[in-house]
Ligand binder design. Structure first.
Ligand code: SF4
Length: 311
């Protein structure tokens, strides 16, 4: 066979077909710890009462699940190679009173205790920003990150253990980060109350109200066809070349936007009220600007411009 005769499309289709064959929907008979802490109780009630009608997730999501399992296995192997003793992988928990169940990823054995842990893999920019439990729970985090401490906290409650551990894997570099999590009574209380509300709806055969429409969650929801048929049946417009080019630029620049904003704000603070500052590459000039306006309240701010030397 000569050069250029490889049928790349057929190769790709072979893998996609295999991934499609792995896709399954499992029955859901309890409030899974990994579901609690989310924004939509209605979704959990759908899962528990009408799981057979869930829309099959996408191949992309199946690949993400698959990657998650691979990262988990690789992390456990690395921990063992590093000398940790790991036990009780996927140990099941059940809290009958609240109909909560779950499986912890494993426990690290120390001389005086066993520490339950959860492994989470994140893209590099997300991994870099998660350094404490408060970072996970911040309001601006996506729902799947905010839910993670609720899940681990429930395992701590069900195991009667005071402290657990997040092991975060940077999916870009393979680095690990360890974040301890002390048991959180308020968080546990909120999760069990959420479970009670869900159980009451299931017993009464009712559905909780919809949460306010969130494209990120509702458009990907397995029950959007039951809950919001108008959204499920919406026909999207096809974007043109210009939009595609702009989106490529947007995607390329987005990871750097937050870094840029933080550096810019820090520079402005460093040079505030200094009319001119020189560095080997830049001349930074500044002046007070007085704002006069009818609609905008008069105020003033220190304007900073960063000018490359040599222009
Ligand atoms: S479509 Fe939105 S509101 Fe409805 S169940 Fe799903 S996540 Fe909840």
């Amino acid at each position: 066979m000569g050069v250029g005769m490889i049928d790349a499309k057929a190769f790709q289709e072979k893998v996609r077909e295999y991934v499609r064959g792995q896709m399954q929907i499992y029955p859901c008979k309890s409030n899974r710890a990994s579901m609690l802490g989310g924004d939509c109780n209605r979704l959990i009630v759908y899962w528990r009462t009408r799981w057979q009608e869930a829309a099959m997730h996408s191949e992309t999501l199946e690949s993400i699940f698959r990657e998650g399992r691979l990262h988990e296995d690789a992390t456990i192997t690395l921990l063992r190679e590093s000398g940790f003793q790991i036990i009780e992988q996927q140990r099941p928990y059940q809290w009958k009173e609240f109909e909560i169940t779950g499986h912890v990823d494993g426990k690290i054995v120390e001389p005086d205790r066993k520490i339950p842990f959860e492994i989470k893999g994140y893209a590099s920019h997300t991994w870099a920003k998660l350094n404490s439990i408060a970072d996970f729970l911040a309001e601006n985090q996506p729902h799947y990150i905010r839910k993670a401490p609720v899940q681990l906290n429930l395992y701590l409650w069900m195991d009667n253990v005071e402290e657990g551990l997040f092991i975060l894997k940077n999916k870009g570099t393979g680095e690990l980060k360890f974040i301890p999590m002390p048991i959180d009574i308020d968080l546990g209380d909120r999760a069990t109350k959420q479970a009670v509300r869900i159980n009451e709806h299931i017993a009464a055969g009712t559905l909780p109200d919809r949460m306010s429409y969130d494209p990120e969650q509702c458009d990907e929801c397995s029950f959007v066809h039951l809950c919001l048929p108008d959204v499920a049946n919406r026909v999207a417009e096809i974007g043109g070349d210009e939009l595609e080019k702009l989106l490529a630029v947007y995607a390329r620049c987005k990871p750097f936007a937050a870094e840029y904003e933080a550096a810019h704000a820090a520079i402005k603070e460093l040079v505030k009220e200094k009319p001119e500052v020189l560095t080997p590459l830049y001349r930074i000039v500044g002046k007070w600007i007085d704002k006069k306006g009818l609609e905008i309240k008069p105020s003033r701010y220190w304007q900073t411009r960063i000018l490359p030397l040599g222009d």
